[in-house]
Design a protein around this ligand. Structure first.
Ligand code: KIV
Ligand code: ZN
Length: 390
């Protein structure tokens, strides 16, 4: 059975760039946009054109160079924003305007001092206006995660009538539980008239560490687009990490969902974003963290040396990491030590290994990690009559 395609909407250059201190210049944005296009993302959200002349220029330049992906610009439900976005996108082969407004009671009351009817009117007006410039119009219902489902369904129905092609259901504050977010998508699928004319999109923030789980719950329940960023960067605790959702769909064939991402470029793309933005990922970050394919405990290392599938669910080469690492620490066992010693040129007998292992443990206790040079020192200190291999 052929798999359903989930579109990957990358917002590294818009939501991702909202991280304090991560501002990119246009040249850097172009480099990243080219790489995202090569990676195979379906949509690149290139910026928020009305927000600054720099952002306008970036969206315009990215529109000129992107070959395959749709290029998208963000707007509020404001005429001027939409006009400026349309202008910035004028060179794009496939332009998309992403417009929207807050729909939760707290946004309606405190941000807009408006009524629900007025919000629907503004949403419909924005979509209709955006449609006068481009065919592809995505509508976001900001804070949809905390918007009641009946009202959200009404908003969705009205904006579809106005011509919206994609409905973004953001969990703006990262509040939803996966079950709740999934149920929201299912509710919209089942209760919005005309829903077959639009794609439902997940846009999840990570305030409770649930962005990835929520996005997966969303697509399991009928959404067919995920909005995400490289390394999960973004406002506050960040967005859904692109590399995580892509690999989850790839590693779980029973979900019957797939993306067109070239996963072998994931690691280098992550590094490119780190280099340009100067924001590091924690070593234990899934898929792209420095320790994602490193094994340090003796039990795990022994299993890995026998067969890597014992402790690795992803072949590191699939995400562009050249090899897994067997890290030698005081927690490592004889198997890992013998394995590394062999790599640097020593074939140890069982008796030699016992002696070397004792030296190794005292050495490793005083050092975080034992490297190849240290192995030579340890062999020498063990006095087993072996000299450094040529
Ligand atoms: O989190 C959010 O609600 C957003 C919208 C502007 C799409 O980023
Ligand atoms: Zn967001």
């Amino acid at each position: 059975m052929s798999k359903d395609k989930v579109q990957i909407f990358d917002t590294t250059l818009r939501d991702g760039e909202q991280v304090p201190g991560c501002k990119l210049n246009t040249d850097q944005k172009i480099v990243i946009a080219k790489r995202l296009d090569l990676l195979g993302v379906d949509i690149i959200e290139a910026g928020f054109p009305i927000s600054s002349p720099g952002d306008f220029k970036s969206v315009e330049e990215i529109s000129k160079i992107v070959k395959n992906a749709t290029v998208c610009g963000l707007t509020r439900a404001v005429k001027k924003d939409i006009e400026v976005a349309a202008q910035a996108l004028k060179y794009a082969k496939k332009p998309r305007i992403h417009t929207g407004i807050g729909t939760s009671d707290s946004h309606i009351t405190y941000k807009f001092n408006a009524t629900r009817e007025q919000i629907i009117e503004r949403a419909v007006g924005a979509v209709k206006y955006a449609k006068t410039f481009v065919e592809d119009v995505e509508f976001y219902a900001e804070d949809a995660g905390r918007t009641d489902n009946d009202f959200l369904a009404r908003v969705c129905e009205e904006v579809i009538k106005a011509g919206a092609t994609v409905l973004n259901i953001p969990d703006t504050t990262g509040y939803c539980l996966p079950e709740e977010y999934g149920a929201k998508m299912k509710y919209l699928k089942e209760n919005v008239k005309g829903i077959e004319k639009a794609i439902l999109s997940c846009h999840c923030h990570n305030d409770l560490g649930l962005a990835t789980a929520n996005s997966i719950a969303g697509v399991v329940n009928g959404a067919r687009q995920i909005e995400c960023t490289i390394n999960g960067i973004g406002e506050r605790a960040g967005n859904t990490a692109l590399e995580e959702v892509v690999m989850i769909l790839k590693q779980h064939p029973t979900l019957n969902l797939d993306t067109q991402i070239n996963t072998q470029l994931l690691y280098s793309t992550s590094q490119m974003v780190i280099d340009n933005m100067g924001i590091y990922v924690q070593p234990n970050k899934a898929i792209v963290g420095a320790n994602a394919f490193a094994h340090s405990s003796g039990i795990h290392q022994d299993g890995m040396i026998k067969n890597r599938k014992t402790y690795e669910i992803i072949d590191p080469e699939e995400v562009g990491v050249t090899d897994s690492a067997i890290v030698l620490t005081a927690r490592s066992g004889r198997a890992a030590l013998a394995f590394r010693a062999k790599k640097v040129g020593y074939e140890l007998t069982k008796i030699q290994l016992d002696t070397v292992y004792d030296t190794f443990l005292s050495f490793a206790d005083s050092k975080k990690e034992v490297n190849n040079d240290d192995i030579h020192t340890i062999i020498k200190l063990s006095k087993i009559g072996l000299s450094i291999p040529a």
